[in-house]
Ligand binder design. Sequence first.
Ligand SMILES: Nc1ncnc2c1ncn2[C@@H]1O[C@H](COP(=O)(O)OP(=O)(O)OP(=O)(O)O)[C@@H](O)[C@H]1O
Length: 569
Amino acid sequence: MIKYLRICGKETVYSLFIIMVATATTVILPLMYQNLVDIGIMNKNLNVLLWNLGFLVLLTLLRELFDLLHTIVTSSIRTKVFSKIRMDIYGHLQKMSLSYYASKQTGSLVARIINDVDSLEHLLIEKFLNLFKNLLMIVIIMTIIFRFNHNIAFMCFVFFPLFIIFFKLFTTTVYNMSYQVIEKQEKLMGSLQEGISGFETIQSYDVDKSNVEATYKKIAETEHTKKRLNIKKAMSEFSSVSISIFSLVLLWGYGGYKVLNGTMSIGGLIAISYYVNFLLEYTTDTFNLVINMRISFPAAKRVFDILDLEPEIKDSEHAVEMHTIQGNMVWKNVDFCYSADKNILKNVNLTFESGSLNAIVGESGQGKTSFIRLIPRFYDPVEGDIFLDGINLKDIKIDSLRKHIAVITQDTFLFNASIKSNIVLGRQQVSMNQIISAAIMANAHDFIMSLPEGYDTIVGERGTKLSGGQKKRIAIARAILFDPKIIILDEATADLDEVTEQSILHAMKRISKDKIVFMITHKISNLSFADRVFVLSGGAVTECDDIDIYKKSLAMKQIENNVTKLVSP
Ligand SMILES: Nc1ncnc2c1ncn2[C@@H]1O[C@H](COP(=O)(O)OP(=O)(O)OP(=O)(O)O)[C@@H](O)[C@H]1O
């Protein structure tokens, strides 16, 4: 946090200075009242009365002015620090490995960026700075009260232990409850996000009953925990206010008695009652602040927990930049698994040369996607190494490695932007001609031109305004325009009609002359485009010596499966 406060060190110093000056103006006010009553009113001195009234107006205005200044300065701290924290979390999340996202829900991560940073903001700006102001005020006011009247100062001291007892009583419960609220809210955000983005499945399968009810239950539980937390907070506030009332009664009893027996002036009693009032106000406020800080701490801690997380896949110290690559790849004794109890790849030894289109086949769940995930280092092998142009992937800077790879997955992700921006994807200096020729190769140009706004058509969230095949073709055009050395097609053409699929694969075959293309496929017809075919089975990856024989055996297997399905009751 200190690192972030340093960004606006100047503003923090200004803020503390303003707090001190505002404190001074507040502290002087009761003395003015004392003068006004004892010298102005009681001695019928109009001059003193008018001067004091003038000063009172001036001081009150000054205090308001400093409050305004404080708000301006803290707003500037908020803007600088918290936009930086949000950017850092977002940037950090972008660096996290696939394994991290496999165990997290998008909604709960959004909750951290929005809600938890908000809590941290309140904690820092409202609570820490106010705590500083309150403690300063308490010390100054206690000193003044002590100088006024020792007995009253001792009476005030009696109430501190009471505050501490109540504080101890509430603080742990409040902390635990607020943690529960945050966790429940995070889970709720996850369910809401999932429910909203999966609305089509929910509606079409009529699963709304159990699914929606589970979300309703989460909403109710979150609100219930919030209600319990609010009641606890209200109880803690009630107890601190009760102590204040009790002490004011004591002060006015004792002070009134002193005025009656002539040992204290009326102005003095008014001034000291102001000070005691201030003291109680600031002590109560500090008590509530600390309770509220306990509420904000869990959220603040979670913000820094994310920032402290190390991505599983990161650049090694001596990682090198690869500006250009040939694209020759060697796999040496590669083992891979997601968890120790299930091997996905075992002792894979392979060599791929630039200028080849490699089909990866195998039954569902054998590990084809996992296999290609090791190439852009979405995951690392648990044993063995993969070399690109003789350099271990682990020794290449991740950004510079991924710059040479385009992955087109089974699920196409499009941004809610125009078709053109989805193809270009932030790359600079790309001409319209280049975009169009990539779209032509991906068989996307004709359908794009048939849309009323052509390349400027906005595709909707995740591309909902386009068909599955259209989205896929845009993703392929994006990869072609990108012109990487390694192209990975993970069943990328599976949901296209046969003519479109064949024309895209022809294009892939053409452009694979100086690239390595990996094509995961379940279709026998696609194997005709492959230079080499690799079969994944039981963790082993074996190359097919004769593609035609493999195609025949696969076709036979599929026929057998279909016959079994037909004859089985
Ligand atoms: N992120 C993950 N965490 C844990 N296990 C995973 C993960 N991704 C996949 N698996 C498991 O790894 C195994 C291989 O999955 P993978 O997706 O690589 O298979 P595949 O051959 O591509 O399957 P398909 O042809 O059905 O797409 C499966 O048993 C799957 O459940």
